[in-house]
Design a protein around this ligand. Structure first.
Ligand code: CMP
Length: 231
């Protein structure tokens, strides 16, 4: 059963125990966060917050998935990361007192627990292990950003597209994403993605089927996605 409005606080405290950071708090502290918090339920596509909003709470994902996005200056949507059950969202503004750094949208139906800023900060101050777990999580996120930055500066569109196709292919080499979605994920225009796919189709590396794009030249695409270091 989904966790949300009307759930006993015991169940919320138990759900918080499964979280990456709050799971390290003592039980009493988790119960306090369950008491001071409130449920937030989102339907797919619903916005939780927008970049620039003030941030006075952090959200624990109990169920579902959130997508973190930014709009580039050119108006293009850049998908930063997807966050699933157990993850915290909205911790940056809470920690540094700044504005929300990105938009957060529900990519699936999501049940969250909203924890007010002050309650989170008090809980973290009292439990250094949880604070360190949060620092470790921020480090992991920074690593991912560094890797993405490196890929962006060293790989051309073909390399990045090849990497995305490799990552998203299903068992039979099918990639269940539209060209528009591929473009959105890469922060590229649909026209450029379409041109590249037509090129690869002519070379026999991919084919368009009714079920979606099928990868035929995996070895070639994998080499492309490995960037300038690959032979
Ligand atoms: N690169 C990123 N990786 C993971 N989460 C992020 C990233 N950028 C922003 N976020 C999340 O998106 C949230 C937007 O609001 P905040 O800035 O308060 O906190 C942010 C983080 O929780």
């Amino acid at each position: 059963m989904a966790i949300g409005e009307g759930e006993p606080l015991e169940r919320i405290a138990a759900a918080l125990a499964r979280g990456e950071v709050l799971g390290l708090l003592p039980e009493e502290a988790r119960r306090r966060l369950a008491r001071t918090g409130a449920p937030v339920d989102l339907i797919p596509g619903e916005l939780l917050c927008q970049a620039g909003d003030p941030g006075d709470a952090v959200y624990v994902i109990l169920d579902g998935e959130l997508e973190v996005r930014r709009l580039s200056a050119a108006g293009r949507e850049l998908r930063l990361v997807a966050l699933g059950p157990g993850a915290l969202a909205g911790e940056m503004a809470v920690l540094d007192g700044g504005a929300r750094s990105a938009d957060i949208v529900a990519s699936r139906r999501a049940h969250l627990w909203r924890v007010p800023r002050q309650a989170l900060l008090e809980a973290l101050e009292a439990e250094p292990r949880a604070l360190l777990a949060l620092v470790a999580e921020l480090s992991r996120r920074l690593r991912a950003v560094n890797a993405a930055l490196e890929a962006r500066s060293t790989l051309d569109l073909g390399g990045r597209l090849a990497g995305l196709l490799m990552a998203e292919q299903t068992g039979r080499g099918l990639v269940p994403l539209s060209q528009g979605e591929l473009a959105r994920r890469l922060g590229a225009s649909r026209e450029k993605v379409n041109r590249k796919l037509r090129e690869w189709s002519a070379s026999g590396w991919v084919e368009t089927t009714p079920a979606g794009l099928r990868i035929l030249g995996e070895t070639r695409l994998r080499a492309l996605s490995a960037g300038p270091w690959s032979a």
